[in-house]
Design a protein around this ligand. Structure first.
Ligand code: SF4
Length: 462
């Protein structure tokens, strides 16, 4: 029977059907970090349980690490306690940990693919909502809560409800200045932040086929913001080329055997879906959020629509019918697991080169991992950014959320390449976040206000 990747991978990892109707699913890879694990390990100890598969578990620190200096002990007592407890727990359980100072440290959803841990056909779990990122390589990857982290540590299994599968097709060529971030913001805007509840999102179509694996990660990363439990792209030649030679990917003949298996798990051409939706890439424009959830967005040239959310408008300080374009910003943040990869920094650098950050703007570039930072420095991107007045930081989640020293202050407005514009998300309860692509953030940093990046790119050779 023709089937989808989702069902093939799910069935291959199903241990048994539980009396609750859920499926007990074996987890191939468990990624952990400092925030959602201390209590999970405590619960494990209380029961006298051991970590069942330490060799399938990998740890990093990302959420709480300062990006100016990673010197220990951290000044924030709670951050220091989280980092120390992760170290202790990993040492006791024999789990590899890439702590601050390690060449492989970085945001958990950046380092997994980067190291070749994330592979097609895998089931992956991590105590972070944006685990859906890993679906870009053809894995089915679940963000889980602390008690589920405990379950995976103890049994390497999860009890999960079955999902329906929605095929989201994007076809055609994206215009200049339009990026994967604009695609996923447009998808969430149309389908809604609850539109994906109960679904796995399968992304395809010629636009997605043409995307790099990095771009596919941006799309899959924000599936959760559209309510979907997971998002994925079927593996293809780009996926295999991306993985070849990565440290944890199969090597030599084993890689070729793995590719043969990965080809089989892709959705069959005539697979049936519970729902299908399509988008025309030519109609997607550089997109910005105006509200307090990622579905509240408009094209940068477009006024805020006719059905505004009063609470969101009041919080953000917009009037109905206003435009986000021209909004003065205080902070520009390029980073996060959505847009902190090398290709994101390259796109931003193309906009920044030869310009300077507006005097009133604090502008941060935070690579998603130490490897991204090294690769960017090898290409001279750090110099482009620092010459322009950006701060060049160490790897971490930084201003994606307020769990480290990088925070908005008061009612500051941030142009941000991250994934959530919820109230208080960037560290100040009254801080305001405008989500957009890294190139749009770079353009806003230079102009000091939200602008249409296409106007700046017109001056840059294609
Ligand atoms: S960058 Fe943001 S969304 Fe991604 S893992 Fe860190 S805190 Fe979570």
């Amino acid at each position: 029977m023709p089937d989808t990747l989702f069902h093939k991978v799910w069935n291959a990892h199903a241990v048994r059907r539980l009396p609750s109707g859920q499926t007990q699913l074996f987890v191939g890879l468990h990624l952990i970090h400092e925030v959602t694990t201390p209590q999970a390990f405590d619960m494990l100890r209380q029961h006298g349980w051991r970590v069942a598969f330490p060799e399938r578990t990998f740890a990093t620190v990302d959420h709480i690490v300062p990006t100016t200096s990673q010197r220990r002990p951290f000044l924030d007592v709670m951050a220091e306690e989280m980092a120390s407890s992760l170290e202790r727990n990993c040492r006791d359980a024999g789990i590899p940990l890439w702590a601050e100072g390690s060449d492989n440290q970085g945001i958990v959803h950046v380092i997994g693919p980067e190291l070749g841990l994330t592979q097609p056909g895998m089931t992956i779990a991590c105590g972070d909502s944006h685990t859906s990122t890993h679906g870009a390589l053809g894995a089915i990857a679940f963000g889980i809560g602390t008690s589920q982290v405990r379950d995976v540590l103890a049994s390497q299994c999860l009890a999960l409800d079955p999902l329906r599968v929605r095929r989201i097709e994007v076809n055609g060529q994206l215009g200049r200045g339009v990026f994967a971030k604009d695609v996923i913001l447009t998808i969430i805007r149309r389908l809604g932040v609850q539109g994906g509840v109960g679904y796995a999102y399968e992304y395809g179509g010629s636009t997605v086929d043409a995307m790099s694996v990095d771009e596919r990660m941006t799309v899959c990363n924000m599936s959760i913001e559209g309510g979907a439990r997971i998002g994925y792209v079927n593996p293809d030649e780009k996926t295999y080329a991306f993985l070849r030679g990565r440290p944890f990917a199969p090597q030599g003949d084993a890689f070729d055997r793995a590719v043969a298996w990965w080809r089989q798990i892709a959705s069959d051409r005539d697979a049936s879906y519970d729902d299908r939706v399509s988008f025309d890439a030519a109609t997607i424009e550089p997109t910005v959020t105006w509200g307090i959830n990622p579905g509240q967005s408009v094209a940068v040239t477009e006024p805020i629509g006719a059905a505004p959310d009063d609470e969101a408008l009041a919080f953000m300080g917009f009037r109905p019918g206003a435009r986000v374009q021209g909004t003065r910003i205080d902070v520009a943040f390029i980073g996060s697991c959505t847009n902190g990869r090398l290709s994101d920094l390259e796109e931003a650098a193309r906009v920044v080169r030869g310009h300077h950050v507006a005097k009133h703007v604090k502008a941060l570039i935070v690579p998603g991992s130490q490897a991204v930072r090294r690769a960017a420095e090898a290409r001279g991107l750090d110099a482009i950014f620092t010459d322009a007045g950006f701060e060049w930081r160490g790897a971490g989640c930084s201003m994606c959320l307020g769990m480290n020293p990088d925070k908005l202050e008061g009612q500051q407005i941030s142009a941000s390449s991250s994934n959530r514009n919820f109230k208080g998300r960037q560290g100040s309860p009254t801080g305001r976040t405008l989500l957009m692509s890294p190139a749009m953030v770079a353009a806003a940093a230079i102009a000091g206000e939200v602008v249409d990046v296409r106007e700046m790119l017109d001056a840059v050779p294609a």
